[in-house]
Design a protein around this ligand. Structure first.
Ligand code: PGA
Length: 248
């Protein structure tokens, strides 16, 4: 079964009303390939604006994070229901910046992922190793550990997209080579086959993230287990469209 090519744009904590509207206006002005699923994640204050401005059928709007509770005394947090109320349909969970800076545990990320799915959002679940872990040759162990926390409590992976983002490649300009990414993605899929079953593992999309840009995206074209990208810095620039079109 062919997996639909997927490109996510993670704006992180960047932008203003004006610049977010500008990025979306730029996307609106393009003829985007109908076979590519695009999801953009502006900062939470701009989710409603992004939903209102987006005119592309193939582009959906995502939060960058949600909490694992519906409502209540959780100052500063955002619930999946509120994200949905704004018209967004996706969320990221477990981005490495949240795992490392905000100290989110594998279990917390798994809980949020489960809750977001239950509340009707689709989820881009981010995983990936640090430079130290890579040097210690434990890349797949780390990815397996992060995925296992989720697969232990989530049985249906239909609405999950996995983003493999090695921490050392994020924002550094030093992307993984397509060969390295393919190798790791293959390992991730093989691991998922053991935990969520072969059928679901074959269907789940695994994105590569970390210094993807308009030029290097094309180099991943023939990598069988790389089903798309999660893009940070370049999603703020016009070259994001080149990444969306990189499989044409
Ligand atoms: P980058 O970020 O493309 O700026 O490296 C990717 C990400 O963190 O999702």
């Amino acid at each position: 079964m062919a997996r639909q090519f997927f490109v996510g744009g993670n704006f992180k904590m960047n932008g203003t009303k004006e610049s977010v509207a500008q990025i979306i206006a730029n996307l609106n002005s393009e003829e985007l390939p109908s076979q590519v699923e695009v999801v953009i994640a502006p900062p939470a204050p701009y989710l409603g604006l992004a939903v209102a401005e987006n005119k592309q059928k193939t582009v959906a709007i995502s939060a960058q994070n949600v909490f694992d509770k519906a409502s209540g005394a959780y100052t500063g947090e955002i619930s999946p229901a509120q994200v949905k109320d704004l018209g967004a349909t996706w969320t990221l969970t477990g981005h490495s910046e949240r795992r490392t800076i905000i100290k989110e545990s594998d279990e917390f990320v798994a809980d949020k992922t489960k809750f977001a799915l239950e509340q009707g959002l689709s989820v881009i679940l981010c995983i990936g190793e640090t430079l130290e872990e890579r040097k210690a040759n434990v890349t797949l162990d780390v990815c397996a550990r992060q995925l296992d926390a989720a697969s232990k409590i989530i049985k249906d992976w239909t609405n999950i997209v996995v983003a493999y983002e090695p921490v050392w490649a994020i924002g550094t300009g030093l992307a993984a080579t397509p060969e390295d990414a393919q190798e790791t993605h293959k390992g991730i899929r093989a691991h998922l086959a053991k935990t969520i079953g072969e059928e679901q593992a074959a269907a789940v999309r695994i994105l590569y993230g970390g210094s993807v840009n308009g030029k290097n995206a094309k180099e991943f074209k023939d990598k069988a287990d790389v089903d798309g990208f999660l893009v940070g810095g370049a999603s703020l620039k016009p070259e994001f469209v080149d990444i969306i079109k990189s499989r044409l």
